[in-house]
Design a protein around this ligand. Sequence first.
Ligand code: DC
Length: 224
Amino acid sequence: MIQIAIDGPAGAGKSTVAKEVARRLGINYLDTGAMYRAMAVAVLRRGIEISDHAKVKEALAGIKITVRYTQQEQRVLANGEDLTDFLRTPEATKGSSDIAVIPAVRLELVAIQREVARQYDIVMDGRDIGTYVLPDAKAKFFVVASVKERARRRYLELKKNGVERPLEQLEAEIAARDKTDTEREFAPLRQAADAVLVDTTNMDIDEVVSFVMQKVKEAYPDDL
Ligand code: DC
């Protein structure tokens, strides 16, 4: 089975690269961040504050996250309700990072992620794919870019969608998320020993995809 792990901090371009690599190889792509986002939205909708870890854990038994694909696009559902369109709000973004520190949440979502990788060849992106979810993946990447560059890309992306946010605010949000994701105890964001570091600060998307594709072919010479 082909397992490609793409990890890195928020906004480094992981999902764009992962999607394109999956498309070129004709295999599935799993955005694991969307699963943490969906969990956060489902919990917030129950009126629970994510800082109340005991309440979140209590609620977990009643929240079943599933992933589906429609026309190659990933949809994430909680108890059958499609939450995909609600995953990119500032609340869902901060909530996902905050809820991801809770081990019980991670164990639940990691089990689903591993099951997907058992069934399909997969490109998976997240924070702990190479270190924890798929430690045996033969192709692992750690995609980074400076905080300034990540905030700049986010600024342009939002602007394109008609939303104007101060650059400094975006920079502060990204730095805060880096801190939460890196400093949590259970499966924090870090580069796996056998992952290839890709600094995209001065690379465009085509360059990154070509580089990753080359490494993937070297890692799976018999399968591709
Ligand atoms: O990739 P993203 O920005 O959509 O992820 C949202 C949050 O989910 C991120 O800040 C931390 C958490 N996350 C995680 O802890 N582990 C993963 N494998 C993916 C995401």
